[in-house]
Write a protein that binds this ligand. Structure first.
Ligand code: CUA
Length: 316
């Protein structure tokens, strides 16, 4: 799976693929196009006045200062009407984007440094992959485990802060069966820019199948399924397959390798070590590496661990 990517649409904005996007783009366009003549008008007038009314000599004194009620009323009332219009457009969009339809599919979102976890009503847990049905409202109930993150899907035009100790919500309805990117839009630490996830919009029937299969195809051979899990569960952020050193040890030729641990003991990479490292990653840290791996306890089922083991055996 390649890195999640955003479809670049126009010069201004990315491609729009949610029901809300057009309303938001319209509001954005309106504010932009109203601002341009106002900006130009103010700057041109300011330059003109500076030149025309500049002080010409020592004897040049201010006099004849008076009110121009009609002019003052005009420059108060006309912008007032424009601002109320902009407020109305913005507020309507804000209300629409804040209140999810009652029949929406509810998904729990957990943000943490530096990954996204999605929990579905049937208990399926996905990491860094948000599968959703097309043409159906999806409500997200979000919370953070550590610091403030922000849930941002540019193509859907939604952005909502995700905060520890409280729940925030947002919703969307996707209009195209395609993949797009979810980004973290709040600087949350060194891994902030890697805090990406794929949003996978599927036809409703395909989504039901996907959810039934725990977010993938259960009929896949174990090693292949393990590879899918490796690629979709944020493992790639820290473990390479080609020998490159990232945050964690590479998985090239990992199976059966003897590793020296931080306490000097040696261990052979086998089924039990892999399982322990997934569930209790701090238990045995390979020497020279930081103990930053998150636990996958509750996130990976037994058959998922089996699949990952099957996959690791194939990485040469
Ligand atoms: Cu999470 Cu930035």
């Amino acid at each position: 799976m390649s890195k999640p990517h955003i479809d670049l649409g126009s010069f201004w904005l990315p491609h729009a693929s949610s029901t809300m996007a057009h309303e938001i783009d319209w509001a954005f366009g309106l504010v932009t196009w109203v601002s341009i003549p106002v900006f130009v008008g103010i700057v041109v007038a300011a330059i003109y006045f500076v030149i025309k009314f500049r002080r010409r000599s020592e004897n040049d004194e201010l006099r004849g200062l008076d009110h121009a009620p009609r002019l003052e009323l005009a420059w108060t009332i006309i912008p007032g009407i424009i601002f109320l219009g902009l407020f109305w457009v913005g507020f309507r969009g804000y209300v629409d984007s804040s209140v999810a339809p009652a029949e929406a599919l509810e998904i729990q979102v957990t943000a943490e440094m530096y990954m996204w976890t999605f929990t579905y009503p049937n208990g399926t847990v996905m990491v860094n992959e948000l599968g959703v049905p097309k043409d159906r409202p999806v409500k997200l109930i979000m919370s953070s485990k550590d610091t403030i993150h922000s849930f941002y899907v540019p193509e859907f035009r939604i952005k909502q802060d995700v905060i520890p100790g409280t729940y925030t919500t947002t919703w969307f309805q996707a209009t195209e069966a395609k993949e797009t990117a979810l980004e973290c839009a709040e600087y949350c630490g060194v891994g902030h820019s890697d805090m990406l996830a794929t949003v996978k919009v599927m036809e409703p029937a395909k989504f039901d199948e996907w959810l039934e299969g725990g977010g993938g195809d259960t009929k896949m051979p174990p090693a292949e399924r393990g590879k899918m899990l490796f690629q979709t569960r944020s493992c790639t952020n820290c473990h390479s397959l080609d020998g490159t050193r990232i945050q964690g040890p590479t998985f090239k030729n990992v199976w059966g390798r003897t590793e020296t641990l931080s306490d000097g003991k040696q261990i052979k990479v086998d089924e039990n070590y892999v399982r322990e490292s997934l569930m209790h990653p701090q238990a045995k840290i390979v020497q020279g590496y930081p103990s930053t791996m998150p636990t996958f306890e509750g996130l990976l089922k037994d058959k998922d661990v089996d699949a990952i083991i099957a996959f690791l055996k194939t990485v040469k």
